[in-house]
Ligand binder design. Structure first.
Ligand code: SAM
Length: 214
């Protein structure tokens, strides 16, 4: 993602009612941030938030939290929220490496990873959000029957992820190398990157992973 440092982004986030400051203080109490107690789904690396906001509008019976590392990117989502507020979505500006400090054991029901940064160099493999390293974090926060759902246009990253799932002790529920022409496409909501890449004819890969027992 092309990044510009947008002046005032940090302040806008600090002052936004949609963005949770000091998220570690909410650990174990995320439902208090919402009007209704209902399943909690998070997207890690949400970018400008198109996917998670569309999901929140479509599924008022689910609470959503969007996580984005960069304030200048998250700002775009906050601006959209101000135009079209939704009661079942909040945002956090943080690095995903800290998720286990922010969510309690089993507190999250689903984790979406969409078009995560590929970190192509081998020495950076641990930074990929689908590495065994990150699956350990997800293991702490995801409910026993929870799912990790990952979409990407990047085939090398997808192949790496298909290997990491069993290596992390998780199970592949299903996967496809061409989501939009597969049986799994029904109900699919496109992310910003997904719309861009599929318009160029790039197939979209998707996998769903879960733990067999916990
Ligand atoms: N999910 C969006 C989509 O599909 O349109 C954005 C995809 S963009 C390629 C990846 C986003 O993930 C960027 O906004 C980046 O800042 C964010 N990101 C990458 N690594 C992250 C991390 N460790 N913690 C939080 N956000 C991260």
């Amino acid at each position: 993602m092309r990044l510009r440092n947008i002046p005032g982004a940090d302040d806008a986030i600090l002052n936004s009612e949609y963005c949770i400051k000091n998220p570690e203080e909410q650990k174990g109490h995320w439902q208090d941030c919402f009007n209704k107690v209902q399943p909690l789904h998070i997207e890690i690396g949400m970018g400008k938030g198109r996917f998670i906001m569309d999901m929140a509008a479509l599924h008022p019976d689910i609470n959503y939290i969007g996580i984005e590392r960069y304030s200048s990117v998250l700002l775009r989502a906050l601006q959209k929220m101000e135009q079209n507020p939704l009661p079942n979505i909040k945002f956090i500006c943080m690095d995903a490496a800290d998720v286990a400090g922010v969510f309690a054991k089993d507190e999250v029901d689903r984790i979406y990873l969409n078009f995560s940064d590929p970190w192509p160099k081998d020495r950076h493999a641990k930074r990929r959000l689908t590495s065994t390293h990150f699956f350990e974090h997800y293991d702490h926060i995801l409910a026993p029957d929870g799912r990790v759902m990952f979409k990407t246009d990047n085939r090398p990253l997808f192949d790496f992820s298909l290997e990491q799932v069993p290596e992390a002790g998780w199970t592949l529920e299903n996967y496809t190398y061409d989501l939009h022409h597969s049986e799994y496409n029904e109900g699919n909501i496109m992310t910003e990157y997904e719309a861009k890449f599929s318009a160029l004819g790039t197939p979209i890969n998707r996998l769903v992973a879960y733990r067999t027992k916990k």
